[in-house]
Write a protein that binds this ligand. Sequence first.
Ligand code: ITT
Length: 209
Amino acid sequence: MKIIVASTNQGKITEIRRLLGDLGTQVLTMEQAGIDPGVDLPENGDTFEQNALSKTGALQELVGEDYWCLGDDSGLEVDYLHGAPGVRSARYAGFTAQGAERDRANTKKLLDELQGVAASARQARFVCHMVLLGPKGQEIHSRGTCEGRILRQPRGTGGFGYDPVFLPDGFDRTMAELSLNEKNRISHRGKALSGLMKKIQEQGMDRPT
Ligand code: ITT
């Protein structure tokens, strides 16, 4: 059995592929499943949960119900900004196209919003709501968070998105300075995915392997 990932974010796909590949599951991108990666998977909801479900459900409609489809909606919540950028994390600075330019613009906007804010008031967390839809109508949800704070300057070249300015609690390296395996061990996405696998085992469902 294969899982198709409802995402065009290469950073997310790399992380999910490493996590699931270790379990022997084959991870397919939308392109590998014959879906035009330019297709618009809807994410107009007000919550991470609504968006994760709408993206993943839209993909399953496109590929057919025989397939397992996995999707997440994720983002950064900054306490000082009352939870922003939140569900708008990807398009915070107004860019819609994926990529490094969008990530840099979003990060710059975040640092501008936090200019002059003391280190002690820069708490934030990454949130990931993940949904797995199965061929027999299975619908499994899992959520992971990762606490940390926002630095004043970007550091590191790994990961994607806001990783260079996010210092996870208990670490002196930013998320972008961690290896892929280190990030996956502590990240919102890594936690959501391991929670999902635990639920599958506990519920004795057919496994996507
Ligand atoms: P897909 O919808 O195609 O999966 P996306 O990047 O638009 O890709 P989201 O709508 O879930 O995905 O937005 C997530 C945004 O939140 C992402 O673009 C980053 O800006 C930020 N983000 C989420 N997880 C992150 C992580 O692990 N590290 C850094 N930033 C992250």
